[in-house]
Design a protein. Structure first.
Length: 298
């Protein structure tokens, strides 16, 4: 692995959905998530991190240093146990060994960071109560995402569908079709804001320039290998990156985020937006503080 990154970053992701459900809410029958006070659509950070993990797993195929820790069908304890095996640690005597080796906890943590991309990136809680002896510690990752919110209020729609797949033999004797439903957002443009700490990368996980390049690639392509009928047409439309010329940064993140403006192309058009072309996205670079550069990757 190369050296950790040396610059702090903030970034804005703009992505849209057309006739799909970007993030269902299990507490509301899997309808698209909505802020009840504003009507704005919501996509959770967990949902977006899943897309990034899936992309990295797709392109790296579990190659050395780029495995995924939070992975479908793989218990966390199984991955934790690999660290103990690699470092020749017996989980039954690890507590006693830690008393004589004060660096053991750090060595276990470093092994996990070196082998799992998502731990190196997002961090992880690697302590479970099912098998407490397999304790690989906790890591706060340098890359953090907020919730994505739609630029304008959305109106989720419930679409009734007819299916010919009958569930039971008894039902098949009485009818030839069944009714179903799916939830969609006709169109929504979502904005997500993120942060990358070079300080945490250096002190904790070793998140490198190669890791950063892969992160940008994963964000730009996180929907390209994740298409489904339920999610409709989803695409990342713009990735706006602010790079500081130092590890700790030159300006508060909110000042940089406020420089990104998403407006209706025709402010007098009161009809609901139905495409990305209904918007204009601009960055007020004159408002950027000294020591901060802006790059648009979309």
């Amino acid at each position: 692995m190369s050296d950790p990154i040396k610059n702090r970053y903030e970034f804005v992701i703009l992505f849209d959905v057309e006739n799909g459900n970007p993030n269902g809410d299990p507490d509301a029958g899997n309808m698209p998530r909505v802020d009840p006070e504003t009507g704005l659509g919501i996509v959770t950070d967990v949902c977006l991190k899943r897309k990034i993990r899936n992309y990295v797993e797709t392109v790296k195929e579990d190659s050395s240093g780029y495995r995924i820790y939070v992975k479908d069908g793989v218990p966390l304890n199984r991955s934790d146990a690999e660290a103990y095996t690699a470092l020749e640690i017996d989980e039954k005597t690890v507590k006693e060994k830690k008393k004589s080796d004060p660096d053991l906890d750090r060595n276990i943590r470093d092994w996990m960071c070196a082998n799992f991309y998502d731990i190196r990136t997002f961090g992880a809680v690697m302590t479970t109560f099912v098998k407490a002896a397999l304790n690989c510690g906790q890591v706060r990752g340098p890359v953090q995402l907020g919730f994505a919110r739609s630029v304008e209020p959305i109106v989720p729609q419930e679409v009734t569908i007819t299916r010919v797949a009958i569930t039971t033999e008894a039902d098949a004797e009485k009818k030839g079709t069944e009714m179903g439903r799916k939830y969609i957002v006709p169109y929504g443009l979502y904005r997500c804001e993120g942060y990358i700490s070079a300080n945490l990368a250096r002190k904790t996980t070793g998140f490198s320039e190669e890791d950063l390049s892969l992160l940008w690639e994963a964000i730009l392509n996180m929907f390209e290998h994740d298409h489904s009928a339920a999610r409709g047409k989803m695409a990342v439309r713009d990735l706006i990156v602010f790079k500081h010329d130092s590890e700790l940064g030159c300006a508060p993140a909110w000042k940089l985020f406020e420089a990104v403006h998403v407006d209706r192309k025709d402010p007098n058009d009161l009809a609901p937006a139905r495409s990305y072309q209904d918007y204009t996205v601009s960055v007020d670079e004159s408002a950027l503080p000294s020591g901060v550069a802006c790059v648009r990757m979309g």
